[in-house]
Design a protein around this ligand. Structure first.
Ligand SMILES: Cc1cc2nc3c(=O)[nH]c(=O)nc-3n(C[C@H](O)[C@H](O)[C@H](O)COP(=O)(O)OP(=O)(O)OC[C@H]3O[C@@H](n4cnc5c(N)ncnc54)[C@H](O)[C@@H]3O)c2cc1C
Length: 469
C-alpha cells in the first residue's frame, strides 16, 4: 500500500503518543503512526500485573487528556500522595486516546504490527508485505529509547533446566508454589516485586534480594503537583535542590546535602549508592524495603543451578525450591548512550529534554516543532544525557536547567507550558499567590541560584571525569 502524511511517527509508546497529541492540537497536519506491537501504549502492554507508575498520574500521558482521577490515595505505601496509575489504566488510556481522539480526528492513520527498517521501508509484521510512505515534513523516531522490560528482554545469565526463574509477570501465578523467593535486580521492578510480596503477607525472611548496586531514590513528597498546598514541598523542594547544586563541593557532598534536605533517599544508610535511575519512592516504601536482610552483594548473576547461584564475585548457596524473579531488564536501551540532536533535517529524534520526564519532553518537542523556526529549534531542545550513575545525574540536571532557562526566554513556549497538564511544577508556579512573601522567596531562590547551579554541576562533572581518568 502507499501512504502519504506530513509526519511519519515510529512507535506508539508513551513518547510517540505525547508527540502526536500535541501536533494535533498545535497544527492541521496529518500523521502516519506505526508500531510493531498490536496496540498503542508501548511497553506498558507487557508490564507485570502489579506495575504502577512511580510518578503521579496527573503529569503522565499526553497533554490533552487527563490520566487518573486527581485523587489522593488513602491507603497503602502511597497513602497521602497523588494517585499512581496501574498498568491496565495506562493501556486503556492509550487505547481510548487512539480510538476516541486520534482516529476520529481524521488526521491520524495508525498501522499496528508494522515495522520500520533502517533503510526507511516499512513492512507488515504479519505478512512481510512492504508499504511505501511519502513523508511531506518529517520522520519522527519515537523508538530511540525503546524500553527493555523483563517479559521481553534477553537474560544475560543462564539457568539450569530444573531452576524456576520467571519474569515478574508470572509472580502472582507462581507465588503459591514456593516458600523462598529470590529477586534479581536493583531497579524499581525488583523493588515492586518485594513490596508486592510483603504486602501480601510474605515474611521478609522468605525473600532474598540480589542487588549488585545500591541506588539513590527521589522522595515522592517533592513531586506532588495537583494542589497548591504542595507548593512548599514541590517548588520549595526544587529551590532547596537548586541551592544544593550551586553549593556542593563534590558529588559526595551533593549526595549528602540532597539526603539531609530530604530530597534523596537510600535504603541502607551505611552504604554509598552508585546507581541513580530516578525512581520516585515514598519514605514508607523505603522503610518497607529495609525489612529485607538477606541482600546478596556479590556482583551480577552468571548462572543459577539447583541450590546455588554463581555470581561475578563468588557463589551463594540457595534453598533448593527458591523461585527466582528476573527483574534484570536494563529499562532503557539507550540509557547511557550518546545523545543525538533532537531536530535533524527531515527527522525528529524524541529524547528527554527535561530530566526524568519522557512524556512531557515529547509533547514539548512537538510544541517546539510547531511554534519555533527551524534553525532555532535545537536551542530549546538540548537532549538531556542518559542516566545510570550518580555521576551522570550532574550533566542531566545541568542540561535540563539550561533548557528550562531557554524555554522561559521564549514567549511561544512559555505560553504553551503555562497550560500544559504534564508540567506540574510550572502549573504550581503559575497559580501561586505572588504576594505571598514565601512564594516570592522560593521563586527568587530558584532564579538566583540557577546559573551558579548549572556551572557548578558542570564543574563537578568535569572533576569526576578527571578523577576517573
Ligand atoms: C515498570 C516501568 C515503570 C515506569 N514508570 C514510569 C513513570 O512513572 N514515569 C515515567 O516518566 N516513566 C516511567 N517509565 C519509563 C517509561 O519507559 C516511559 O515512561 C515511557 O513509557 C517510554 O515510552 P517510549 O515511547 O519511549 O518507549 P516504548 O514504550 O518502548 O515504546 C516504543 C514503541 O516503539 C515500538 N518500536 C520500536 N522500534 C520500532 C520499529 N523499528 N518499528 C516499529 N515499531 C517500533 C516498540 O515496539 C514500542 O511499542 C517506566 C518504565 C517501566 C519499565
Amino acid at each position: 500500500m502507499e501512504f502519504e502524511a506530513d509526519y511519519l511517527v515510529i512507535g506508539s509508546g508513551a513518547t510517540g503518543m505525547a508527540f502526536v497529541d500535541t501536533i494535533l492540537t498545535e497544527t492541521d497536519d496529518t500523521v502516519l503512526m506505526l508500531d510493531d506491537r498490536a496496540v498503542p501504549g508501548g511497553h506498558w502492554n507487557e508490564a507485570y500485573p502489579f506495575v504502577r507508575l512511580h510518578q503521579s498520574a496527573s503529569t503522565y500521558g499526553v497533554n490533552s487528556k487527563e490520566l487518573g482521577r486527581g485523587r489522593i490515595e488513602t491507603s497503602g505505601l502511597n497513602e497521602g500522595f497523588e494517585e499512581l496509575s496501574c498498568g491496565p489504566e495506562i493501556t486503556r488510556y492509550y487505547h481510548e486516546l487512539m480510538e476516541e481522539t486520534f482516529l476520529p480526528s481524521g488526521r491520524v492513520t495508525f498501522l499496528p504490527l508494522t515495522r520500520y527498517h533502517e533503510d526507511g521501508t516499512i513492512t507488515s509484521v504479519v505478512t512481510g508485505e512492504t508499504h511505501t510512505v511519502k513523508v511531506r515534513k518529517k520522520t519522527v523516531f519515537a523508538n530511540y529509547i525503546t524500553t527493555a522490560i523483563p517479559a521481553t528482554h534477553t537474560r544475560s545469565f543462564e539457568t539450569a533446566d530444573e531452576v524456576a526463574c520467571i519474569p515478574p509477570n508470572d509472580l502472582p501465578l507462581r507465588v503459591g508454589d514456593h516458600q523462598q523467593f529470590c529477586i534479581l535486580g536493583s531497579g524499581k521492578t525488583a523493588m515492586d516485586c518485594i513490596t508486592w510480596l510483603l504486602g501480601h503477607g510474605c515474611t521478609p525472611d522468605r525473600i532474598s534480594w540480589v542487588a549488585p548496586r545500591d541506588a539513590w531514590f527521589l522522595n515522592r513528597v517533592n513531586f506532588q503537583t495537583i494542589d497548591q498546598k504542595f507548593f512548599d514541598d514541590t517548588v520549595g523542594g526544587q529551590a532547596r535542590a537548586v541551592e544544593v547544586y550551586a553549593a556542593a563541593e563534590s558529588i559526595e557532598d551533593l549526595e549528602n546535602r540532597m539526603e539531609a534536605a530530604n530530597l534523596w533517599q537510600r535504603i541502607d544508610t551505611t552504604r554509598r549508592p552508585t546507581m541513580f535511575h530516578a525512581a520516585i519512592m515514598t519514605e514508607k516504601e523505603v522503610e518497607t524495603l529495609r525489612q529485607i536482610e538477606n541482600v546478596i552483594r556479590k556482583g551480577y548473576v552468571k548462572r543459577i543451578e539447583p541450590g546455588r547461584m554463581i555470581m561475578t564475585e563468588g557463589e551463594v548457596e540457595m534453598p533448593a525450591d527458591t523461585l527466582y524473579v528476573d527483574c534484570t531488564a536494563s529499562a532503557f536501551k539507550n540509557y547511557v548512550n550518546v545523545r543525538v540532536p533532537v531536530f535533524q533535517p527531515g527527522e525528529i529524534h524524541l529524547q528527554g529534554i527535561r530530566q526524568f520526564q519522557p512524556c512531557y519532553s515529547a509533547a514539548l518537542i512537538a510544541c517546539i516543532e510547531a511554534r519555533i523556526p527551524e534553525v532555532e529549534k535545537n536551542n530549546y531542545a538540548r537532549p538531556v544525557p542518559g542516566i545510570d550513575t550518580t555521576e551522570d545525574v550532574l550533566l542531566v540536571l545541568a542540561a535540563a536547567m539550561e533548557n528550562t532557562l531557554a524555554w522561559m526566554s521564549s514567549p511561544e513556549i512559555s505560553d504553551w507550558r503555562a497550560s500544559c497538564r504534564l508540567d506540574g511544577f510550572n502549573s504550581l508556579i503559575t497559580n501561586a499567590d505572588m504576594n505571598d512573601p514565601k512564594v516570592a522567596e522560593t521563586l527568587m531562590s530558584i532564579l538566583g541560584n540557577g546559573e551558579t547551579a548549572i556551572n557548578n554541576l558542570k564543574k563537578l562533572a568535569q572533576d569526576a571525569e578527571a578523577a576517573r581518568a
